[in-house]
Design a protein around this ligand. Structure first.
Ligand SMILES: [Zn+2]
Length: 138
């Protein structure tokens, strides 16, 4: 019973959840923090799963969402020039990486032997080792 009281006190402090004075912009700012934090988990999981360093599209989507949420918080709530500048441009490479990712995915080729998807620049299938046809010269 005493442990439950301690936990409740930790969560609700001075009448505020986690001791934070909540409003819509605080929720947007903390949502941005959550997106930024979760992107590392997503990237780590993807790399562990494939046993090599992988940066999935979800990492860039979470980066883009997180940076825009924190930028909105900085512009509309904090109105702090240092905070705004720190978050004003970092979304540009996130957006660009998503564009490049989409282009790379669209250019994938199918292995004629086993049907596995391979990158456009691959010469051999990673699954069965069959030779892949180079993309038709333009
Ligand atoms: Zn194959």
């Amino acid at each position: 019973m005493r442990d439950m009281d301690s936990l409740a006190h930790l969560l609700w402090h001075n009448g505020n959840f986690l001791g934070i004075e909540w409003n819509v912009w605080k929720a947007v700012g903390w949502g941005g923090n959550a997106a930024f934090f979760s992107r590392f988990m997503v990237q780590w999981y993807a790399s562990e799963r494939r046993k090599r360093v992988v940066v999935p599209a979800a990492f860039w989507w979470l980066s883009l969402a997180g940076s825009w949420m924190i930028l909105s918080y900085a512009v509309f709530y904090r109105r702090d020039s240092v905070f705004i500048f720190a978050n004003a441009f970092n979304w540009i490479p996130y957006l660009r990486n998503l564009m490049i990712h989409r282009r790379t995915e669209a250019a994938r080729q199918t292995c004629p032997a086993c049907g596995a998807l391979a990158h456009a620049e691959d010469n051999f299938c990673a699954r069965c080792g069959a030779a892949l046809r180079p993309p038709a010269a333009a």
